[in-house]
Design a protein. Structure first.
Lengths: 945, 424
């Protein structure tokens, strides 16, 4: 390791880093703007100037930009030198000639990197006497504000948006001090990572528009570490909440990135950042509801819809207690339906209450089988589930049947970085350090090979070397042949179509020849054969290379892989439940269905589901949002969302991660498991088998119980500290040391300060008291360090710049027993049939905005969700005589759906693409993939039938 | 002995030497000869000839070429690029060469392309140079027809296509890496170095970028040899050069003269001296981005290092003369406005410092300056000095200003004290 001297102190340092990040890693304060730990150096802002001395004799030194300076062994540098200090002040002074003095009304204020750096540079006097340049701002969509006058032209926004995230609709325009960062015309920023501009911009040019409508300063937000619930990648977030002016109860106000080295790094996708608004939406269940004893008569009501009224929670809990007691006496069937979108703890509680024989996954047979497959594949030691940095280092990538930009967005961003590995290799051979971002990017470097086979590929098409757009059956058959080609190229059938054969051989060659190949697939194509064939490719490749193959499998929901661990026997799906209930019809014992945070209309086709629900005598729902299932419920309990509760999710990598309550949910909202616990406690005679439930006090009691009961989930008992953990006798503070107005905020009701709420689950306070330093506890999610008020301060809490968070990464991989996966028979090759409008295969298409249940209720996101459509192959469209934007009817086994036609050259012939989970199309999702017939819509619809 | 290799085909008439006349005067002999030589020999000859880049930096051309990777494993595709983005204030030498003798440039480029193994050449030409672009395009057509360009030149394996690319504008395009970005259709901002263009230039391929005049030196240097070429210079530097003079002289213009010609000779003999009643107060020796020199420097020879030692740069060799009835503050203001406007906007000191400089100078010129403004200007000159900015644009902009603040300090003070411009 090289030794360098900075301001007289000797340090041993990592010679791979530039001088700036070396200084930051050492804890020295060097101001900067354009450099970014993930995006490297470009030398534009000149803020990070330091001095370099030739040798110890050199008295004058040379001014250098530390971000552009490689470490020289024995190098002598200075941060404090007067010349460097003066120069850094002069840069701020130059920047300030155009920066408005609007800090008091700027939403960046209080977490502004420009404020911090200005303070740090010591520039205080204004000498500039001229006018400031002004710009017009643009409408950039519902997520991002634009205030160009504040711009200091560091180029970080375009470097992130274009270079890093592959966006195309944000440019640096114009020249000199008039450079303008915007779109060619107003409109929504189309890239799905646009929200990161808010964090990447060192000042207030790009700010969070969803936050604007309920803005408070960073120091007034209380926060806790959380996990994004909008897909299964498991990105870490730092939600921020504060009391609202109306009810005095805290509301969730924004989501920011919480650095996790192995998952999200510095960046989130827009669904994860802006989806939180569902929590404050009008559809949020805030009270205990009970059905009114009359049928709904209205034009929009479906058969069986119920009307609800608010009731006293005690009444409802009492009722639930009665049900439990009756079930215990054998007078009632109590059946629990779990959910992949809530915590292990909530699922476990319901399972415990109803008993494992009465606990169902809440998934259709198909979906459960897919998840089971994922877990089985990941248990094989020839498979390795890669972290984000490992994905970024892959030198060849095969993506099969998964449109990751829409199903696991953060992973697609990692794939985009991997595409540059050839270029990075070239840089290495030219001895150009990889942090020299503009130098590396100007190298020729073709993209690393990325091969895609599937229905639809979004956002990554330009960096993909080969694409095969086919139905899942053909993708599976491609994968099967590929596996053959990898193990023995001569074994391929000569009957294969030449172009397909070429692609197979080419792909096999790429995978065999690469040193770090990566395969990505998942459950979204809802096709078991695809997963099985993918697994085969991965194992064959592993056998060939004598090393585990990196295989990333994306699941649908945040806790898919967690839920499935409760169902390792492969039983417990909704189809089975339906069969069971159908058989039960003669039985005189009534049945209660307890549904945990699950909209079953998205799981089972409408016909089957109606049948299932009609078999139940009572439906009890615990959930967060009103949805079609809630319309059928007799009792509805308001459940806390992720940000309001503590629990554990298991992500696509099998990483168990704990999330913590940021604030207490409004009114009667509480964790689903607490409702169940309350009900057990209300039972006059507590059934012995439920005594454990009655004793639960803390969320960790459940986590520990899970760990004891399920060896696979043993990790849960060591995931985080218990609630009685203390540091120097203190809890971790959720509120910053500067949290303001705590005596005033309740003043209309009470002048004295309310005692803070106690958190029974985590060693964290709902107050300012406690540990604030993130280095002392990973539970501290308010990333702040003296002088570093912005999110840039994260480096103070990393082992090194861009490294692990100090104290180690959060989350522990669950330990599934190593087991060789079975040899599945090769899927049969589908016969070629002519496309027929009366028999088209519907394939699911995913949308970043629109396919995920919860975020669809977020205000900003609901604005940008597309209208439902049916995507038709362009050749089929000609043959069927249907046209772009024409209204079409899709007749399915569960009714007719109407939507506009969208013609595509890539959607496979004989299939139609159906957007998954889009509003009005939710009930179509369980039918995918399936068959339907197409016909032009006759007359424009006046009323829905 | 040939003493004016660059302008021997230039006449009083504003026409381009067509291929016929070019060949009559010995055109393409250099190219024919070079074609029989080993590329290494050509590079060596250019290096030994001591030809230094005529765009202003004065780097040894042969040395620059020698950095291009050759042989096994080197990229097959290479590019030769001509920097014809002549936008330096006061500079109009390349225009003359391109408009009057376009084949000379093409011949120079062909030899260079052959030496480094490039099969495609681009002439990146200032957008306003319509006439030069047209004449170059005609010349390219002629040369292709006669087999001096195109495929399998002289029945060999060597092929070369040259394209004229008209710039969309911006002074920074004259910076060779910004030029490459502009050619690729990107924002014209300078690139980080390393990698240097010779290793990774246009579209990541090895690329040599030379100035128009530099290329024009090549054909005769190859044809007539190192000794002849070195002998052309009167001083330390080799070859001849197109010098120019603008300002209130009797005969502003351009002339091809030996390197090392004394400044006084250029201004007094060729430019006809100062106009009646005017005295020379100072001059910018090599275009708008060089330091002022005073009358005491008139006897210096125009050699790169001599002018450098005197505290300025020879730059493009086109002298701007300041007389005693022109306001130096106004002159510097005018230049600063140009540089501030043309800043690409990449780095802070240039982007935000230069507009501030302009505002201060404007204030002083308008009689609204404050005494502390002079310190502020001096400070700004420091901030935009070499090593502090991303490229050489801002340090170039600082040169006339910092030297004017020294040489003509009293003029600045007079503006401030009298609250008006004394020259009005």
């Amino acid at each position: 390791m090289p030794t360098i001297t900075i301001d007289g102190e000797k340090y041993q340092v990592d010679g791979e880093q530039n001088l700036l990040s070396t200084c930051l890693t050492l804890g020295l304060n060097v101001p900067y703007f354009c450099w970014h730990p993930e995006m490297g150096s470009v030398g534009a802002c000149r803020q990070c100037a330091m001095m370099e001395y030739k040798d110890s004799e050199d008295q004058h030194g040379r001014l250098i930009m530390s971000c552009m300076t490689p470490i020289r062994d024995g190098g002598i540098y200075s941060v404090k030198d007067e010349v460097a200090e003066e120069f850094r002040g002069s840069i701020i002074e130059d920047l300030m000639t155009n920066h408005p003095h609007d800090c008091p009304v700027c939403e960046e204020g209080g977490e502004c990197h420009l404020q911090d750096m200005t303070e740090m540079s010591g520039h205080t006097m204004r000498r500039y006497r001229g006018t400031k340049r002004t710009h017009r701002n643009q409408y950039l969509g519902p997520f991002i504000n634009h205030e160009m006058n504040r711009c200091i032209t560091c180029y970080r926004c375009v470097r992130f948006y274009n270079d890093y995230a592959g966006g195309e609709d944000l440019q640096a325009l114009g020249r000199n001090h008039q450079v303008y960062f915007g779109r060619q015309e107003e409109g929504r920023l189309e890239n799905g990572f646009s929200g990161n501009l808010v964090e990447v911009c060192p000042t207030g040019v790009f700010t969070d528009k969803t936050f604007s409508s309920h803005f408070v300063r960073k120091w007034d937000l209380q926060t806790a570490p959380s996990v994004c619930e909008h897909c299964a990648v498991g990105c870490n977030t730092a939600p921020g909440a504060r009391e609202s002016g109306n009810s005095n109860e805290p509301i969730l106000r924004r989501i920011t990135n919480l650095y996790h080295h192995d998952i999200n790094g510095y960046f989130l996708c827009d669904r994860g950042r802006f989806g939180y608004e569902y929590i404050n939406s009008a559809t949020r269940i805030q009270n205990v509801l009970s059905v009114r004893q009359e049928d709904v008569i209205s034009s929009t009501a479906e058969k069986g819809d119920r009307m609800h009224r608010e009731i006293n929670p005690q009444e409802a809990v009492l009722h639930l207690a009665e049900q439990i007691a009756m079930a215990n006496q054998g007078k009632r069937n109590l059946i629990g339906i779990g959910s992949p979108r809530t915590s292990l703890e909530n699922n476990y509680a319901l399972r415990k209450l109803v008993g494992s024989g009465n606990f169902y996954s809440g998934l259709s047979q198909k979906d459960q089988e897919l998840l089971h497959l994922v877990s089985t594949i990941q248990q094989d030691d020839r498979i390795q589930s890669p972290s984000t940095p490992e994905i970024e280092n892959a030198d060849a990538i095969l993506i099969l049947g998964e449109d990751i930009y829409n199903t696991a967005p953060r992973i697609s961003l990692a794939v985009r970085q991997a595409a540059r590995n050839r270029q990075k290799q070239q840089a290495k051979s030219l001895k150009i350090p990889l942090w020299q971002d503009s130098s590396v990017r100007q190298l020729e470097g073709d993209y690393s090979p990325i091969i895609f086979a599937g229905t639809e590929l979004s956002n990554l098409e330009k960096i993909t070397s080969n694409t095969l757009f086919e139905s899942p059956e053909k993708v599976a058959s491609f994968a099967c042949n590929l596996a053959l080609a990898i193990s023995d190229p001569t074994s391929l059938s000569p009957d294969l179509e030449p172009s397909l054969l070429e692609l197979i051989t080419h792909t096999a060659g790429i995978l065999r020849g690469s040193s770090k190949p990566l395969i990505i697939s998942g459950t979204s194509s809802k096709h078991a054969d695809t997963l099985k064939s993918v697994a085969q490719v991965a194992t064959v490749l592993s056998d060939y290379k004598k090393q585990p193959t990196m295989l990333y499998l994306a699941c649908d929901e945040v806790n898919s892989l967690g839920l499935i661990q409760f169902f390792n026997d492969g039983k417990g799906n909704l189809d089975e439940l339906l069969e069971r209930l159908k058989k039960n019809t003669d039985n005189q014992i009534p049945t209660s269905l307890m549904i945990l945070e699950n909209d079953l209309y998205r799981r089972l086709d409408k016909k089957s589901l109606e049948q299932l629900l009609s078999q139940a005598d009572e439906i009890i729902l615990l959930d967060t949002l009103l949805n079609p299932t809630s319309k059928r419920a007799d009792w509805i309990f308001p459940a806390s969302v992720t940000a309001e509760s503590q629990g554990t999710f298991i992500n696509n990598n099998g990483l168990a991660q704990r999330f913590y309550a940021v604030y207490e949910g409004k009114g009667f909202i509480q964790e689903s498991w607490r409702w169940l616990m309350d009900a057990v406690n209300f039972c006059t005679e507590k059934p012995a088998n439920l005594s454990a439930i009655a004793e639960w006090q803390h969320s960790t009691d459940l986590s520990d119980a899970i760990a004891r009961e399920f060896p696979v989930l043993k990790a849960l008992d060591s995931l985080g500290p218990d609630e009685d953990f203390r540091i120097d006798g203190l809890k971790v503070a959720r509120q910053s040391a500067r949290y303001s107005g705590r005596t005033a905020i309740h003043a209309e009701k009470q002048v004295s300060e309310n005692p803070p709420l106690q958190d029974p689950d985590a060693p964290m306070s709902f107050s300012m008291e406690g540990i604030h330093n993130p280095n002392r506890s990973p539970l501290q999610a308010n990333i702040w360090s003296p002088g570093w008020n912005s999110n840039q301060s994260i480096f103070k809490f990393q082992e090194e710049v861009g490294g692990e968070r100090r104290g180690g990464p959060s989350g522990i991989r669950i330990e599934r027993p190593q087991r060789v996966m079975p040899e599945w028979p090769a899927p049969s090759t589908p016969p070629e049939v002519a496309a027929d409008p009366s028999h088209v295969q519907m394939l699911p298409l995913y949308r970043l905005f629109g396919s995920e249940e919860l975020s669809n209720q977020a205000m900003g996101i609901s604005e940008v969700i597309e209208a439902p459509f049916v995507m038709v192959n362009h050749i089929d469209a000609k043959a069927f005589d249907i046209h772009q934007r024409e209204l079409i009817e899709l007749e399915t086994s569960c009714g007719t759906y109407r939507a506009e036609v969208r013609i595509s050259p890539t959607i496979p012939s004989g299939t139609v693409g159906i957007p998954y989970g889009l509003p009005d199309f939710e009930t179509l999702s369980p039918l995918l993939p399936g068959y339907a017939s197409l016909r032009p819509a006759e007359a424009p619809a006046i009323t829905e039938d | 002995m040939l003493t004016n290799p660059l302008t021997k085909n230039v006449t009083d008439q504003n026409v381009a030497a067509d291929l016929g006349r070019y060949l009559e005067n010995g055109g393409y002999r250099g190219w024919r000869k070079a074609h029989t030589m080993a590329p290494d020999k050509i590079i060596e000859q250019v290096k030994d000839g001591g030809l230094r880049g005529r765009g202003g930096a004065g780097f040894n051309t042969g040395l620059k070429w020698s950095f291009v990777p050759r042989g096994e494993g080197s990229p097959e595709q290479k590019f030769i690029v001509c920097n014809a983005d002549e936008m330096e204030p006061g500079t109009f030498k390349d225009r003359l060469l391109m408009e009057r003798d376009p084949h000379l440039l093409l011949e120079g480029m062909a030899i260079a392309a052959y030496a480094i193994g490039a099969s495609i050449g681009y002439i990146f030409i200032r957008g306003e140079y319509h006439l030069a672009a047209e004449r170059l395009e005609n010349a390219i057509a002629e040369a292709r027809e006669q087999g001096f360009l195109g495929s399998n030149i002289f029945d060999s394996k060597f092929s070369l296509e040259i394209f004229v690319h008209r710039s969309a504008g911006n002074y920074i395009c004259g910076e060779e890496t910004a030029l490459l970005n502009a050619l690729e259709g990107r924002r014209a901002i300078p690139r980080a170095k390393p990698p240097f263009p010779q290793v990774s230039g246009l579209w990541g391929k090895p690329t040599v970028v030379n100035n128009v005049e530099t290329f024009c030196n090549i054909p005769h240097l190859i044809e007539l040899g190192v000794d002849w070429y070195r002998g052309l210079g009167r001083g330390e530097d080799a070859g001849s050069k197109v010098f120019g003079v603008s300002g209130k002289v009797n005969n502003p213009g351009t002339w091809e003269l030996p390197m090392g010609t004394p400044i006084r000779e250029i201004i007094e003999k060729h430019a006809g001296g100062m106009q009646d009643g005017l005295e020379l107060r100072g001059f910018l020796p090599g275009g708008g981005s060089t330091d002022f020199l005073g009358p005491e420097h008139l006897d210096l020879p125009m050699d790169y290092d001599v002018i450098g030692k005197a505290g300025s740069r020879m730059g493009t060799g086109t002298i701007i003369v300041l007389d005693n009835q022109t306001c130096p503050v106004g002159l510097v203001l005018n230049l600063s406005q140009f540089f501030a406007r043309e800043s690409c906007g990449w780095c802070t000191p240039c982007r935000d410092g230069l507009p501030w400089v302009v505002k201060i100078l404007q204030r002083i010129e308008d009689g609204e300056g404050l005494p502390e403004d002079l310190d502020l200007l001096r400070e700004q000159c420091q901030r935009i000095g070499p090593g502090k900015t991303f490229c050489a644009l801002a340090p170039g902009a600082a040169e006339p200003l910092q030297s004017a603040l020294k040489l003509f300090e009293q003029d600045f003070i007079d503006h401030i004290e009298n609250h008006c411009c004394p020259y009005e």
